[in-house]
Write a protein that binds this ligand. Sequence first.
Ligand SMILES: Nc1ncnc2c1ncn2[C@@H]1O[C@H](COP(=O)(O)OP(=O)(O)O)[C@@H](O)[C@H]1O
Ligand SMILES: [Mg+2]
Length: 385
Amino acid sequence: MAFPHLSEVLKILDGALKSNATMSTNYAGLLADKLEQDGERETAVRIRERLARAPTAVAHTQDASRISAGLPVDQESRLDTVDVSAPVKGAVTLHLPGGTANRITEFLQSVRHYDRLRAAQAALPLRLLLYGLPGTGKTQTARWIAGELELPLLTVRCDTLISSLLGQTSKNLRRVFDYVEQRPCVLFLDEFDALASARGNERDVGELQRVVIALLQNIDALSENTIVLAASNHERLLDPAVWRRFPFQLPLPLPDHELRLSMWKAMLGPFVPVNLNLEAVSTKSDGASGALIELVAMDTKRQAILAGKPQVDEGELFRRLALAMALGQGETLASLGDEICWLRKWDAKIFSIRELARLYSVSTRQINHLIQGNHGNAGKSPRKR
Ligand SMILES: Nc1ncnc2c1ncn2[C@@H]1O[C@H](COP(=O)(O)OP(=O)(O)O)[C@@H](O)[C@H]1O
Ligand SMILES: [Mg+2]
């Protein structure tokens, strides 16, 4: 049988060899937690007693405020290049298709049983690349994973990182990775395609390339059981050098009908009127991302609350959905006439003249007038940006 918790023991040893007390104590704390979970309470207590006596008593912590002490800060802008959060298990909701959820579970299993897998030479480096359109839940998934693992999440926004590194040495970058190596956590490289676009950017290519290469080298230098997540909106921009470094790859699709239905239900909650046809709402939101659904649900809910209503208004929900989808498709609806014509085109049955008059608190005559006023554009699709 594999030696239990070998990873933690090795990290404690690494810390000792590097004279890095923070690293040793962090991992000793984690070891105590794991032993306690295994029912080895007495052993855990002995380790914790020893930690309490350590000169730099920085025992293992999952507390974001304590962990953020000593965070790498960008020298010039004084901005944190890393954001630390402590997502709580069960507090982050994810709506993902069954297959996608299974693959995330598989990744979590690989993390939890890393030592056993490693002993059988069946372990993969714990690197997961999330990719998909904006608003499909990549950042949310990273938070969920950290919550499930009960580890702090260190988010590095690669676009900011790259701009902050230009014209500087890569010392800052080194500090981020040193920091990650010293404590149990999840490193999350968000907006990862900034690396790829940096490569194609004509402005000072050499300099950018140096930064990108340094980042990739730093990832390589991490031990294989350091958990690294990365998210990208433009997977086609990522080159093979990047893909190779992530044995776990997870596409996040736009939600299908069923998933949209459960999102609407969850996000509107008790604000769903009894007679609301959620099936129709789901059908009409085909092509919408989770982020868009959330935005529309929140806006409509807010409006109901401010109007002192216990439930959302169905017409208002459709109106906000139609307008949000117009925006998502790059349509500019500059005037009220444009807006009304778009709604008519989107669904003339939902947006009857009478319903539009009610929604905009004007007369049906005025609605007709607005539609006719826009006649110049009729037949054509609304102007594209
Ligand atoms: N699959 C999903 N499950 C749950 N919430 C989602 C999902 N997709 C999007 N959201 C919601 O939309 C918001 C934006 O999603 P985010 O994870 O930031 O998207 P991305 O990082 O892919 O651009 C989140 O705050 C979340 O509440
Ligand atoms: Mg994101």
